[in-house]
Design a protein. Structure first.
Length: 421
């Protein structure tokens, strides 16, 4: 399944210049959406070469994998003649943007055959993917970049990186004596508790800005693999916190995934659950939302912050807007501004944003007092850059009065994407 011509040598994911190495105008590729069944011979070999260990050792007696059912992913492949040369994948998802659940596209699996790199295939594919998904109703798009500056060219702006900490047992035992923490934690294999886990994520989707989720069908892989514990923190019968994890044995680290809570009570219940393991594990590794403050969790806490930001494997997520009218209804501040968005095939135009009712109204037209790029628009919508920073980064121009209006209209916020893809 990972057949790639062996004499070719390059690594990573690429797009880039539209010229061929010889300087001649390249022949445009044929772009086609492929099915899940076709992906085995088109998408997967390119992605295996870009992201995996290849080549694999062929095994003649290996049974053929069962045919998988079609899914809702959009797989676009560029063909040079009959040969697949580049691929992008769009995953239909949902995301909370300022209190409203919007259809979101997750961009994943971007890969190019080494011989086809620097010929603009990825630019062509991404542009068509953005158009396809926008026309299908997706309002925003997010991704995890191999190099942020590459995707900046496509109108994406950076999100804050989730934190990764290594929490040591020191001080945790005091939580076992904290009688004022009401509620309980129950332990399950993820396969048996998937429905409750998914319902807890649905609550978080409604409550947390930037939070995103796969479709229920895509999450079924948890049940089929069934290789994680899930701790469910409950209060009055309602799940207020969840933690997926694996145990690697006595004296080893407790491998936690995202510590997901709906407030301080859920967090304290899960921390007290960790305290029940303080003699069993050397430390607890956890992913936290980027605005979490573990230094204030409890007295005598000891942890190391192991958050790493470095491409291609540890880049912070990025996002962009695909449809300006689709932003109507966002919960915003009481202000009104008209901006011109430039240099983008999907969101360019003059737009009036009115938040006088607390719910964003979007109208085309008006007299603009600010100019924004797609990055500047996304930075305001997600709340990741102040208007002054937008100007300094080259993502827009505006006077001081307009900057203050936009600051009121789109208050600073911290998106937490959660889903990885």
């Amino acid at each position: 399944m990972d057949t790639i011509e062996p004499h070719l040598d390059a690594t990573g994911v690429a797009g880039g210049a539209d010229e061929s190495p010889s300087g001649d105008a390249p022949t445009p590729p044929t772009i086609r959406r492929v099915s899940r069944a076709e992906a085995a011979t088109t998408v997967e070999p390119l992605q295996a070469y870009a992201f995996g260990t290849t080549p694999t050792v062929p095994t003649s007696d290996e049974p053929a994998a069962p045919a998988e059912e079609e899914d809702d992913k959009v797989r676009l492949v560029a063909f040079d003649g009959a040969e697949p040369s580049a691929v992008v994948v769009g995953i239909p998802m949902r995301q909370n943007v300022r209190g409203v659940i919007l259809p979101m596209m997750g961009v994943s699996g971007v890969a190019t055959h080494p011989a086809a790199r620097r010929r603009g295939h990825i630019r062509t594919l991404l542009t068509q993917l953005h158009e396809t998904m926008r026309d299908a109703g997706h309002v925003v798009s997010t991704l995890y970049p191999f190099r942020p500056s590459f995707y900046e060219r496509f109108g994406y702006v950076g999100f804050p990186m989730p934190r990764r900490i290594r929490l040591f047992p020191d001080g945790l035992d005091r939580l076992l004596r904290a009688d004022a923490i009401p509620g309980e934690v129950t332990l399950h294999r993820i396969g048996e508790a998937l429905d409750e886990f998914r319902q807890a994520l649905e609550h978080l989707l409604l409550e947390r800005h930037g939070f995103s989720l796969y479709s229920p069908e895509a999450m079924a892989r948890y049940r089929s693999k069934d290789d994680r514990w899930v701790a469910l923190a409950r209060h009055d019968g309602e799940v207020v916190g969840v933690l997926l994890y694996r145990s690697h044995g006595l004296g080893k680290d407790f491998e936690g995934h995202q510590l997901l809570t709906r407030g301080p009570l859920g967090r304290m219940l899960l921390l007290r659950w960790l305290a029940r393991h303080h003699d069993q594990h050397a430390a607890f590794t956890l992913e936290l939302p980027p605005d979490e403050r573990p230094d204030l969790w409890y007295v005598d806490i000891r942890y190391t912050d192991e958050t790493k930001v470095a491409g291609p494997l540890h880049s912070a997520p990025m996002g962009r807007v695909l449809s300006v009218p689709g932003l109507a209804g966002l919960r915003v501040g009481a202000a009104r501004a008209t901006v011109e968005v430039v240099d983008d095939p999907f969101v360019a135009g003059t737009w009036t944003f009115d938040g006088s009712t607390g719910s964003l109204e979007v109208r085309s037209g008006g007299t603009p007092t600010a100019t924004l790029t797609s990055h500047g628009l996304a930075a305001l919508v997600y709340g990741v850059l102040d208007p002054t920073e937008i100007h300094l980064r080259g993502y827009g121009t505006m006077d001081a009065a307009t900057a203050q209006t936009l600051r009121t209209l789109f208050p600073a916020a911290t998106p937490y994407l959660y889903a990885s893809f």
